[in-house]
Design a binder for this molecule. Structure first.
Ligand code: PIT
Length: 334
């Protein structure tokens, strides 16, 4: 059985990633320098493969993004520019970048443990409130650093939280594809994440800020503890309607086993008034994250259901996307 070690929750010494000052290389074929291996993931962001740097033998991840439009290239350039500022152990690290005109390749730190939610629903993982605090603390540490660099992530959701290894408890935040520099002069609006996790100010096209990420942290925490999604409606429109009025509750019976400190933590993030929400630093000082949390085992029945449903939605979306690209169906890749 795998359980979080409470005395030293993030465990073993963390190998530090070789931080590099990355600039985009043009006219160089990355395949000359790297061996491409298995596919790690696929999404709106492109396709990510495991790869190996030939010169050093280092195992890394390579994200490929087709850039048919000028805007596609600008988006990847912006992401790289932002990632250059984010050297921190709780955040995926940038290693190298290539542009061959048709596609761009971003070489990243390899994170081998898979998505956090996939990990915690495994039968050999005991989910307790304490293990949830270990994960939430690391998420807040990562967000605290991102915000200190004056950057907003804007796409915080469970699939963007990966486990470093299959057995340890360290996590890393990935996907800076929607991230933006915060400029109070410029009115940042419209950027859209996933309805289930976006804050009311996104749905309302109001000014967004650091607090916008903190709302999503609150939603992630609610789902991790309960397996229920606080604002989920039958349709995206319904979900967004629930988000705009910040309508949620702890009425389900699963919350009977959740501590008041945990509920207080969530309540201080899921506030319609963004100024009233805790920032990442205040989260780390909140009683639930700073004192010993209760070690009761949580039921994973609902969380399993939630993760399995997401897997299906993702598989269906992949099929739709592949068909649109005119690809022949190859069920191994779905
Ligand atoms: C890994 C392992 C893995 C997935 C990823 C990286 C994906 C990273 C990623 C990074 C981005 C992005 C989308 C996905 O926009 O299983 O090492 O910047």
């Amino acid at each position: 059985m795998i359980q979080v070690d409470e005395s030293d929750p993030v465990g073993e010494v963390e190998p530090s990633f070789p931080y590099r000052n990355v600039s985009i290389q043009r006219g160089v074929d990355m395949k000359e320098l790297y061996d491409l291996q298995s596919e790690l993931g696929r999404g709106k962001f492109g396709t990510v493969y495991r790869c190996r740097e030939k010169s050093s033998g280092l195992q890394l991840a390579a994200k490929f993004v087709a850039t048919p439009k000028r805007e596609d290239r600008r988006n990847v350039e912006r992401e790289i520019e932002i990632m250059r500022l984010l050297q921190h152990p709780r955040l995926i690290q940038l290693y190298d970048a290539y542009d061959n005109g048709k596609a761009m390749c971003v070489v990243l730190e390899l994170i081998e443990g898979g998505e956090l939610f996939e990990r915690v629903i495994c039968d050999d993982f005991i989910l307790t409130e304490k293990s949830c605090t270990v994960f939430m603390r690391q998420i807040c540490e990562g967000i605290e650093f991102i915000h200190k660099q004056n950057i907003l992530h804007l796409d915080m959701k469970p699939e963007n939280i990966l486990c470093l290894t299959r057995t340890g408890n360290r996590i890393k935040i990935i996907d800076f594809g929607l991230a933006r520099k915060y400029d109070p002069q410029k009115k940042l609006q419209v950027l859209f994440g996933t309805p289930e996790f976006v804050a009311p100010e996104i749905v309302n096209f109001d000014q967004i800020s650091f607090e916008t990420d903190m709302w999503s942290v609150g939603v992630i925490c609610y789902v991790l503890l309960s397996g229920l999604s606080p604002f989920m409606g039958a349709t995206d429109i319904e979900t967004m309607a629930n988000v705009t009025i910040a309508k949620y509750d702890f009425d389900d019976e699963v919350f009977n086993e959740i501590s008041e400190d945990a509920k207080d933590f969530i309540q201080k993030l899921l506030l319609k008034d963004k100024e009233a929400r805790l920032n990442a630093n205040q989260c780390l000082k909140h009683k639930w994250l700073s004192e010993k949390a209760v070690n009761t085992t949580l039921s994973k029945v609902k969380l399993k259901r939630y993760v399995i449903k997401k897997r299906w939605i993702k598989a269906v979306n992949t099929i739709i996307a592949l068909r649109r690209m005119g690809a022949k169906l190859d069920f191994d890749s779905v």
